[in-house]
Design a protein around this ligand. Sequence first.
Ligand code: OAD
Length: 233
Amino acid sequence: MERIVILTGAGVSAESGLGTFRDTDGLWTRYDLEEVATPEGFTRNPGLVHEFYNARRANTLAATPNAAHVALARLERDWPGEVVLVTQNVDDLHERAGSTALIHMHGVLTGALCAACGHRWPAPRAMNMSDLCPSCDRAATRPDIVWFGEMPYQMDRIYDVVARADLFVSIGTSGEVYPAAGLVEEARMAGAETVEINLEPTRRPGLFDEVIAGQASRAVPAWVERMIASKGG
Ligand code: OAD
């Protein structure tokens, strides 16, 4: 077992103080996702959408990686084969923990994107609707976040790494949002073993070969330790 692909979701960052989406008191119980996480919502009320992501950017800046992020960076460093992290999270806690082989399929809070010309640049702490694009000079600045109804980033590359995986691990995600939720089936079809690490089992029995129930900050370091020990590390 050499190539590992890991899909992470909001549960990995929960213990860093960043909220999840669908748990009791999750973001989608307090905000209407149609208003803050769709292109239509942004057209209707860009100020509200910027406010929502400005608040999330501020929370992320104040947060620090937890033991789960740190363990996944260690796995990339110490595993003799390839480790690729595919994250649905828009925070930057994986990279701050040291992960480098990382794909942000739902975009990043640290990025700004011009809706008019597609130019990308580092987001300021607070963005607003009058910000001008440094390339085309138009006021069409949006967060570089994938909204509902938009295609996640780098799907070709993601399907490619999943098709080559020997082991696929899903951590801290409810499996409610596609195409991310379908990657486990892709991995199984390609012959990979599958593992889920989550507070509780999320999906139909048998979809994952192994299910580890627990908090990411404990369960992920323990699993990484076991993986590295299995290679004599
Ligand atoms: P969800 O909020 O849907 O699911 C988070 C999962 O993490 C749940 O299954 C929780 O049980 C689990 N969890 C919570 N705390 C945990 C902990 N400490 N340790 C381990 N697991 C824990 O979040 P995602 O699956 O990431 O998309 O959501 C997927 C996408 O839906 C997001 O990327 C976002 C959202 O709408 C966009 O904004 C496009």
